[in-house]
Write a protein of this length. Structure first.
Ligand SMILES: O=C(O)C1=C[C@@H](OP(=O)(O)O)[C@@H](O)[C@H](O)C1
Ligand SMILES: C=C(OP(=O)(O)O)C(=O)O
Length: 433
């Protein structure tokens, strides 16, 4: 399905932010790794969180769900001997479960998105798992991937590169407490998306796991033979998805309130609020409610995008209409996401009429406060965040834009267009031809 975005000068209304994707995937996983029954309140519903639900069920977790909560009886350190897992297009789910598959005899992760997840590299995790005796068969570091683990995998010293994705380190942090022996993990090179590792450590601690981490998050000591506790968890609101809604409010005349966005969240993408403030967008953030009263005027800024990796595309979309030139730096790992979020995204922005430039690890935006031309068809590149960001741009284009295959928004935010409509955006689903 495609979506037609017709220019919309005003947005107004109140929404509940959807539930955090990254906390949902983590709570589902730690509940599955516990032996008792855990309860997760307000879990996210999206393709990625459904992928984690499906895979932990296949691995032996028993799941019951109603409108408010999900209860999970876990398999502890003993997943069922499943032959195949389908993670859809979910990178974090794949990487976390590649590590957990080391507890099973022989699991193959299939390749259902050859043009998206199928192109993403997993070499650093494959290499790290190899160091503790996991046999990994792969297609040049990519899917399909077969993991052969089992009782021979005991823990030990592991070095893992962090300069492509933090998910490889998070994956090892979920696995190593369950191994028989103690482990020491050292992160080599750099650690991208470092803030997300904070979310991993927070969830591990909530699940009763003890990990000694160095202050710079580059070294870890993990005792083996630990057990995940069965607990109750509450999922907070999602900043990465909300970033697109807030950016939409920022580029229009708006009066928009978004609830459930904790001020002290560990999600790096909460920086969307500070970034919009620095862009001089009128807003307040109190008691978990972000209230944007946009007047359509924004100022350019410079921002270290690695601090808020999944909100950068929304920030860039806002910068398209700012006065002056904005620069988002330290964003090279955006190239290894659902698509190349620098080259592919900027190509689509250019089509819509934005004035943008790319460097290897930077996005530069020469703002056009007068608006962009629009009147084009956008390729979604299988990327929910490209779809949401181009919607923001379409609201302030001079002619409608059509986003091809916009249904991929469901990877993280299936009701994004319902939410945008509720705020008054002129967005409608149209059959692809
Ligand atoms: O650990 C996680 O849940 C995630 C980590 C980040 O990936 P990278 O570490 O690859 O930047 C982020 O982009 C992704 O959406 C979710
Ligand atoms: C990159 C993302 O997810 P993942 O890496 O889990 O596919 C995302 O949600 O923007």
């Amino acid at each position: 399905m495609d979506v037609l975005v017709t220019p919309t000068p005003k947005l107004q209304g109140e929404l509940q932010a959807l539930s955090s994707k990254n906390y949902t995937t983590r709570y589902l996983l730690v509940a599955a790794l516990a032996e008792g029954t855990s309860t997760i309140y307000y879990p996210a519903h999206s393709e990625d969180s459904d992928a984690m639900r499906r895979c932990i069920r296949d691995l032996g977790a028993v799941i019951e769900e109603d409108d408010e909560k999900i209860t999970i009886t876990g398999f502890g350190a003993h997943p069922r001997d499943v032959k195949e897992l389908d993670v859809g297009n979910a990178g974090a789910v794949l990487r976390f479960l590649m590590a957990i598959a080391a507890l099973a005899p022989d699991v193959t992760f299939i390749n259902r998105y050859p043009d998206s997840l199928g192109k993403r590299p997993h070499d650093d995790l494959i290499d790290a798992l190899g160091q503790i005796g996991v046999d990994v068969q792969h297609n040049d570091g990519k899917l399909p991937i077969t993991i052969r683990g089992g009782s021979a995998v005991k823990g030990g010293k592991i070095q893992v590169s962090g300069n492509v994705s933090s998910q490889f380190l998070s994956a090892l942090l979920f696995l190593t407490p369950l191994l028989q022996e103690d482990s020491e993990i050292e992160v080599l090179h750099d650690l991208k998306s470092k803030v997300v590792v904070g979310q991993t450590l927070e969830v591990l601690e909530q699940a009763g796991i003890v990990i000694e981490a160095s202050d710079d998050l580059m070294r870890y000591r993990v005792k083996g033979g630990q057990k995940y506790a069965a607990k109750e968890y509450i999922v907070q609101g999602d900043y990465p998805g909300s970033a697109a809604v807030l950016a939409a409010a920022a580029v229009t005349q708006s009066d928009v309130k978004l609830h459930r966005l904790m001020e002290n969240s560990k999600q790096g993408e909460r920086a969307i609020v500070d970034v919009l403030r620095m862009m001089e967008v009128p807003l307040t953030h109190d008691n978990g409610v972000v209230h944007v009263q946009g007047n359509g005027r924004l100022k350019a800024l410079e921002f270290d995008g690695d601090k808020a990796t999944d909100a950068v595309l929304a920030m860039v979309a806002a910068a398209v209409f700012a006065e002056g030139t904005s620069r988002f730096y330290d964003v090279e790992n955006l190239r290894f996401k659902e698509c190349d979020r620098i080259t592919d995204y900027l190509n689509e922005l250019r089509k819509a009429g934005a004035n943008v430039e790319e460097r290897r690890s930077e996005i530069i935006v020469h703002g056009r406060p007068e608006g962009v031309e629009g009147g084009v068809e956008i390729n979604a590149h299988y990327d929910h965040r490209v779809i949401m960001a181009l919607t923001v741009v379409g609201l302030r284009a001079k002619a409608p834009i059509r986003i091809r295959d916009a249904h991929h928004v469901a990877k993280s935010y299936p009701i994004f267009f319902d939410h945008m409509k509720a705020l008054g955006a002129n967005v409608e689903w149209v059959e692809s031809d």
